[in-house]
Write a protein that binds this ligand. Sequence first.
Ligand SMILES: [Fe+2]
Length: 402
Amino acid sequence: MTTTAGHDPFGLTDEERLARLDLDTLEQLVGLVEYDDAADPFPVTGWDAVVWAVGNATQSAHYFQSAYGMDLVAYAGPETGNRDEVAYVLTSGAVRFVVKGGVHAGSPVAQHHARHGDGVTDIALEVPDVDRCVDHARAQGATVLEEPHDVTDEHGTVRVAAIAAYGETRHTLVDRSRYDGPYLPGYVERRSSVAHRTPVFSALDHIVGNVELGRMEEWVAFYNRVMGFTNMAEFIGDDIATDYSALMSKVVANGNHRVKFPLNEPSPGKRKSQIDEYLEFYGGPGAQHLALATGDILATVDTLTAQGVSFLSTPDSYYEDPDLRARIGEVRVPVEELQRRGILVDRDEDGYLLQIFTKPIGDRPTVFFEFIERHGSLGFGKGNFKALFEAIEREQERRGNL
Ligand SMILES: [Fe+2]
């Protein structure tokens, strides 16, 4: 694995370098692996951006700064020639969010928001060769939403294209190797207006997609066939379910494992599962949660809590369960420190991970965040699914959706 070239698929992305991340740190944070991209029909370097449609981008941008400690770095809107929307670009470590809101009722972003509420419209990926990816995707039957084309301004040229994923979600493919502007042509630099911000996450670990009943395998096959992703070991069958929240889940990852997509489908349970609730309120398939990697989840939770972020609570019985205590063994802090903050632990043959989940971040019971601190484990917290479901079901019951 080399660490030199700008867009070498084995090396660091510009965002990672700017965030002062190195490959060892990333290997620890997100479970990066070495791989040979020569045989990869659809090489992906890493994440480019997570694009959100929201009801009020001006206020959401403030929220991501004031509550999550992100930096505002760029802006586009009517003042820069976009008559339909405003867009704020925010970063934390190597993570880039683009938060868009419609400025009139006919704006495509406003219409997307009317259908889905606040949510992720685009999981944009950085690729070294946009045309090669699109040729392969098309040959494999993918829907090409935007043909490869160049966009240019005084900072250089970006080559982009887009393919359709689940629901109304898309993957924009971006080659920014000839570009040094703040985000994309059309955007201007914009600095944070919120004075006191503490960064609490530095990389994106995975994004979970919820798809319709019976369609998980189809989407796993899509990522295998169209994008050359491979299946990771973690598989959740409905055996892990509670009485209410049965689901099936498989995980696909790109070659270097920077980009990991767990895919969930509901499984018929006694009552409405959390996946059913998501699909109903989002109005179809979409991104359920984004897992953000931190090197110190205790500090992350303390900072976020002080800044008004609400997490799912974990019952004391979780920490007092002797089976769990035996299974998790020694972790880097006393279990009481985790219990005080509601942080969950899972362990597998490779190591352990610490994780916690926020409540839904918008008005609809849909998208939320996970924070994750990995110590060798490449898993996703399978051992915590039951405890997590039960916590979600308590919230569902309070919403009258169980
Ligand atoms: Fe997760």
